[in-house]
Design a protein around this ligand. Structure first.
Ligand code: ME8
Length: 511
């Protein structure tokens, strides 16, 4: 038996204290589309998301609420879990850094690296902001003051543990240079290579418990806890079974793709690869850092009161419309701006006009001229089959490249072809002439077949819409392939179609 490689995709594990917003939903939705696409092709998939639960902010928020940090995390984690349920994301696992399975792995890694001399103890000099309880380095502080709150900082020297990261700088430069798809897109790859031109210091990976106690305890020195990033990054190997199920781990890890925002590029493209390398583990296939969403041209922030709740948005406009907008509006990797106006524009033009219209036109004519029954396929060639196959191929290439905008562009090109086919054939005119009955049957049959094919193309990106199309076409189950590519002529003759309402009603723009 051969072990098939798994397509493994991760999102960042989000800070449990944050209110989930559109930015978090973005990364998770793209990971969901990729997962669904690879599953549709019959591949083994592992899709991981979760929450980052240790650190000072959690400790402080719990203290303010008068509860233990663990109770605080247990309360907060639901906000993410509920949102993913509401958005119907298909993750296979949800990891929390406070879980026993994770703590065990973090401690095992620390012990392993310490035993091999990759971690050492040293004294550390820095500038401490007492009211903020935060450490700063010499280059952070501004005129002797905290860069965050502006109050004076004090110089502190304390003992800490360090990871020998600096000696791997050249190794990492060579690895990134030899593996052009490792850090993506190209702009981020260049950014990291630029960052690595300077000397790389060792990484302080501990905090004394007197300063921070809410963290994973260092197993060989219980006066310390682990620095949050060392703990957080490890989640990516805990979940697929590192040190617990080596077979599953190896099979999954070989196909790892990390999706992140550009805000956390250095931790993922410098710290993490070096941690893995020092552990003797292979690198993930890709670290893809996408761009940043602003809202109506402004940074999303609590103080501006413009934080977009994706759950509310989905209630108002539908999950699939939001998914479509996020993926189509901006090429994955670039920054984007969200506005209601742009969202409504996409819904009215692309979803209601292009997709919705072609769907209702074909089903309405099938009802009118064939009482809703699928006409026989007849002989002769299928004018749209080759274009459908080409769209499928483009979608596959786009998924490989992690370019969901290109996948949707290819699908919409196909939808345009179907609309054009109807405009050329003019079934409403054919219907007036009884001698053209066969041609009318062939035309509508072709249109229905193209809609079935479109449902398959859309299944990973807009799963609810695809399922609804599938059901209205009188098909059982959900959109699926026969084999590894979707065939043409999958509609059973005599099947009964229904049009249960518009796929995407137009939205009136309010001023
Ligand atoms: O950084 N536009 O968690 P976090 C696009 N716990 N994406 C955005 C965004 C925006 N405006 N805002 C947030 C952490 N994101 C760490 C990660 S991983 C081992 C530890 C998304 O809650 C984007 O994916 O701050 C970004 O990288 C992530 O949320 C940051 O989430």
């Amino acid at each position: 038996m051969t072990d098939k490689k798994t397509f493994y995709v991760t999102t960042p594990i989000y800070y449990v204290n944050d209110v989930p917003h559109l930015g978090h939903a973005y990364t998770t939705v793209v990971a969901d589309c990729l997962s669904r696409f690879h599953r549709l092709r019959g591949e083994e998939v592992f899709f991981l998301t979760g929450t980052d639960e240790h650190g000072q902010k959690v400790e402080q928020a719990a203290a303010a609420a008068g509860i233990s940090p663990q109770d605080h995390c247990d309360r907060m984690v639901h906000r993410f879990q509920d949102l993913w349920r509401q958005l119907d994301t298909s993750h296979d696992d949800f990891i929390r850094t406070t879980q026993e399975r994770h703590i065990r792995v973090v401690q095992a890694i620390l012990t392993d690296l310490h035993d091999r001399g990759e971690i050492y103890k040293d004294s550390y000099q820095g500038w401490y902001c007492v009211p903020d309880e935060r450490f700063w380095t010499e280059k952070d502080i501004e005129g002797g003051n905290c860069p965050d709150c502006g109050r004076p900082v004090v110089e502190i020297t304390e003992e800490n543990y360090f990871f020998r990261m600096g000696k791997y700088r050249q190794w990492l430069v060579d690895y990134i240079t030899e593996n052009p798809d490792f850090v993506r897109p190209q702009t981020r790859r260049n950014e990291i290579l630029g960052f690595l031109r300077k000397d790389l210091g060792d990484l302080c990976i501990s905090r004394p418990k007197e300063r921070l106690s809410w963290g994973v305890e260092i197993p060989f020195d219980t006066d310390f806890v682990t620095y949050v990033w060392f703990d957080a990054l490890t989640n990516y190997i805990t979940a697929p079974g590192y040190l617990v199920d080596e077979k599953r781990f190896t099979r999954t890890w070989e196909g790892a793709h990390h999706l992140i925002g550009k805000d956390i590029l250095t931790t993922h493209a410098v710290y993490w690869p070096i941690m893995l390398h020092a552990l003797g583990l292979p690198q993930p296939k890709t670290i893809f850092a996408h761009g940043w969403w602003t809202i109506e041209g402004r940074k999303m922030s609590k103080s501006l009161g413009n934080v977009v709740d994706p759950g509310r948005l989905a209630e108002e406009y539908g999950i699939d419309a939001i998914r479509y907008f996020l993926m189509r509006e901006v090429p994955f990797g670039l920054d984007g701006d969200f506005s209601k106006r742009a969202l409504i524009g996409r819904i009215n033009n692309d979803l209601a006009n292009d997709l919705g219209n072609v769907f209702s036109r074909i089903l309405a004519m099938t009802k009118k001229y064939f009482d809703g029954f699928v006409p026989p396929s007849g002989s002769g060639e299928s004018p749209l089959a080759a274009q459908g196959a080409a769209a499928w191929e483009e979608v596959g290439k786009a998924a490989e490249k992690i370019a969901p905008h290109l996948a949707l562009a290819a699908i919409w090109e196909f939808i345009g072809r179907i609309n054009k086919f109807l405009d050329d054939e003019k079934p409403w005119i054919l219907a007036r002439d009884p001698e053209q009955r066969d041609r009318l049957a062939r035309c509508l049959r072709e249109g229905l077949e193209a809609l079935r094919f479109t449902a398959i193309l859309l299944a990973a990106f807009m799963p609810h819409t695809a399922a609804r199309m599938w059901a209205d076409l009188g098909l059982d189950g959900g959109p699926s392939l026969r084999g590894t590519v979707p065939g043409w002529n999958g509609l059973p003759e005599g099947g009964r179609t229904t049009l249960s309402g518009p796929l995407f009603p137009r939205i009136e723009e309010k001023d």
